[in-house]
Design a protein around this ligand. Structure first.
Ligand SMILES: NC(=O)c1ccc[n+]([C@@H]2O[C@H](COP(=O)([O-])OP(=O)(O)OC[C@H]3O[C@@H](n4cnc5c(N)ncnc54)[C@H](OP(=O)(O)O)[C@@H]3O)[C@@H](O)[C@H]2O)c1
Length: 341
């Protein structure tokens, strides 16, 4: 029997581009750690959706998490803003946008697990990229570090490093909103100028100050009540002795250690911590997941009121994901590092 005129249901064969971690990072990431691969996607089944990535995030956590959450041959982990282009799931209508933990891929078929719809009342004049930045995970990190971990109070002095980045730039602005003195350090003069624009009281380029100790003392001769730690390593060893007695430290990140092949050792902070009676707490923003919806609303309100300025460093092209990631780890970004597909 001739079936050539018989039309089965039209299938949209979608090919996803993906970036695979072919070899675990050893030291600083290299192009040879990644491979661009094509993947034929199945038709979405009942309850499933087909997503098209619009913006992808490159974040420092991808470097340490790749070791513990991934094996060689896996698609790089990561979050994206994606558009729903086919849907068999009423929770995610066609044309709507989601934040998804889909990894480094242009298209995804999934059942909704790990997808968060963009706030229904997301304002038209606010770019969706902010869902990966100040009104997304990095903004939440800044907020929880300040409120839940440090319990920052008006009149206190706060130090933040990697201050011109996605988390640090929000930390400084929120601390100013709370009536604090804010000191920020960053890795270029352009970043320092940006911090001044944001209203930081003091900012310096840690790469050119000569003595970090002197720079910290000059910025706040009385010392620091709170320290929002994004960098760790040698910076931390110099900063801890600048804390006031009973100072509090929120350990958010340790980017100066992420690419080490051998663990760095000492100086050990314990005597300083004892003499100054410091309190140090590590945290991950996911601890307060139950607060995310309310917290995102607060962050969005500050954006709308012009109290939270967001800058982004946008790399064009999915094929440039590794370059954007490595560039961010090297400090190329002012504000949130984003890739536009
Ligand atoms: N705990 C959590 O839940 C959580 C969530 C998000 C992020 N984080 C952490 O927060 C930190 C900031 O993340 P982000 O997303 O906002 O990244 P980001 O600050 O936008 O980008 C990374 C920045 O780190 C700085 N950096 C890189 N290598 C450095 C080194 N060896 N020494 C000092 N600074 C270095 C660079 O800025 P400079 O030019 O200033 O050097 C670079 O721009 C990271 O440590 C990250 O792992 C933690």
């Amino acid at each position: 029997m001739d079936n050539s005129n018989c039309c089965p249901k039209q299938r949209t064969m979608v090919q996803a581009k993906t970036w695979v971690l072919t070899k675990h990072f050893d030291g600083f990431p290299k192009n040879s750690n990644f491979e661009l691969r094509l993947e034929q996607l199945p038709e979405p089944k009942d309850g499933e959706v087909l997503l098209e990535a619009v913006f992808l995030s490159v974040d420092p956590y991808m470097r340490p998490f790749s070791r513990v959450r991934m094996k060689e041959g896996d698609i790089m982990i990561g979050t994206q803003v994606a558009k729903v282009i086919q849907s068999n799931n009423a929770a995610f209508p066609v044309g709507s946008h989601v934040v998804g933990r889909c990894g480094w891929r242009t298209h995804t078929v999934c059942d909704g697990t790990g997808l968060t719809p963009i706030m229904p009342d997301w304002p038209q004049d606010v770019p969706l990229t902010l869902a990966l930045g100040a009104v997304g995970m990095p903004g939440l990190t800044a907020l929880y570090g300040i409120e839940e971990v440090l319990g920052l109070q008006a009149g206190e002095t706060l130090l933040v490093n990697a201050a011109a980045g996605a988390v640090g730039s929000v930390v400084g602005q929120l601390a100013k909103l709370k009536g604090c003195k804010v000191v920020g350090s960053a890795g270029s003069d352009a970043k320092v100028a940006f911090l001044k624009e944001l209203g930081f009281d003091e900012a310096f380029n840690y790469k050119s100050v000569g003595s970090l100790e002197e720079a910290l003392k000059k910025a706040s001769p009385q010392g620091y009540d709170c320290y929002f730690e994004n960098v760790s390593g040698p910076f931390s060893s110099v900063a801890l002795p600048q804390m006031k007695d009973f100072g509090r430290i929120a350990v958010c990140g340790a980017i100066s250690l992420y690419n080490d092949t051998m663990p760095q050792t000492g100086p050990y902070p314990h005597l300083t911590m004892i003499f100054k009676q410091l309190k140090m707490e590590g945290f991950m923003q996911s601890r307060w997941e139950h607060k995310h919806p309310e917290s995102l609303k607060r962050l969005m309100a500050w954006v709308k009121e012009g109290k939270l300025i967001c800058r982004e460093h946008v790399t064009e092209g999915f094929e440039n994901m590794p370059a954007a990631f490595m560039g961010m780890l090297q400090g190329e970004n002012i504000g949130k590092a984003i890739v536009k597909v």
